[in-house]
Design a protein around this ligand. Sequence first.
Ligand code: EPZ
Length: 421
Amino acid sequence: MDSILVTGNGPLHGRIPIAGAKNACLTLMPATLLSEEPLTLTNAPRLSDIKTMTALLQSLGAEVSALQDGQVLAMSSHDLTSHTAEYEIVRKMRASNLVLGPLLARFGQAVVSLPGGCAIGARPMDLHVEGLEALGAEIELKDGYLHAKAPNGLKGAVHEMRFASVGATENIVMAATLAKGATVLKNAAREPEIVDLVECLRKMGAQIQGEGSSTIEIQGVDRLHGATHQVVTDRIELGTYMLAPAICGGEVELLGGRMGLVGSFVEKLTAAGVDVEETEAGLKVSRRNGRVRSVDVVTEPFPGFPTDLQAQMMALMCTADGVSVLEERIFENRFMHAPELMRMGAQIEVHGGTATVTGVERLKGAPVMATDLRASVSLILAGLAAEGETVVSRVYHLDRGYEHVVRKLEGVGAKIERIKG
Ligand code: EPZ
């Protein structure tokens, strides 16, 4: 297994291009199942999760061609040979469950493995099932698989979700595009990836309004046609790299970044003493002198502070002047980066869903282990600012969500290299 060697090397300067959003692409790809005509995605990120989703769609009989070095995905699901998402693939990537809604809507049947456990939490699918059953689907759990059918098609309904689940919103909205009649989805998730999905579905002929708000209304249509859609910028990659000049000092411009994607995150960075400026090309982030100030963080559904940036923000708070309290309200086990940061000299106390961080002047490089996607990049950020060398192992986690990390950080002056293992 590869590892990444990072050596603290002072302030960073330059520009980092931000790729298309992994979490938008992972819901846009299954949307191809809703139409027999081709769907083409541009600005697709080159990540292992995208390869996994590609393999899943191909296992169903869909055609997926990765063109232009993977930045364009040309897809067609004219003739499917299977409606089953196998455990082998789903257990590797939970987002595989996003084929459930589209398969049900277009073919009236789907068999999707429950994802099973994940490092950051149990991540059940009850909210997905409740929403699809509200549209008339019959779903039963057998041998670890959800067996779903809608022999007479799906029927629009008014449904309020108990929690604003991102994935459940995506599955229900995609299914409702082909249901008979109108659907009103209440307490819907408001993430930019949902907005991007709806914009793509609308290009395919879907009739939807309210995306980005808590209530999304969908008027079912008989069929959807093909489209070409550009994947929205990845707000989590954007926020991650904004923390590099914050933790190291210097000034870095994140190309493609927009304030609207990272609103509440920018509020916290500004409160910590980091300057963020929106430019023609993106977001310019700088920290002149002196340590950042500690700030408290509570993770919430969008537009609140994103849970996917909690681990990275903790790395910054480990070097802040003062004490910060980070509360993780979305997942039940998302502090696995804390013990690894403590190996670098961080002072962190974890009690249940709350981590209290007392900032130290400087972290010390050490061998550490990535435990999940966002934890892995949190350790790299810590290593960029630490004294000496940090070796982050198990970087296959990193490859799921960040393309060309070494190249992007080297480009702004970081001392970082990938070691083949
Ligand atoms: C999406 O996961 C993202 N993944 C996650 O990003 C992100 O952390 C999460 O949304 C929250 O923003 C993709 O978009 C592919 P949820 P999702 O359904 O849809 C519970 C990353 O690092 N829940 O909003 O699975 C669940 O257990 C990944 O890129 C139920 O209880 O998130 C969790 O505690 C990690 N029942 C909470 O809701 C359900 O049926 C939020 O889950 C569904 C979810």
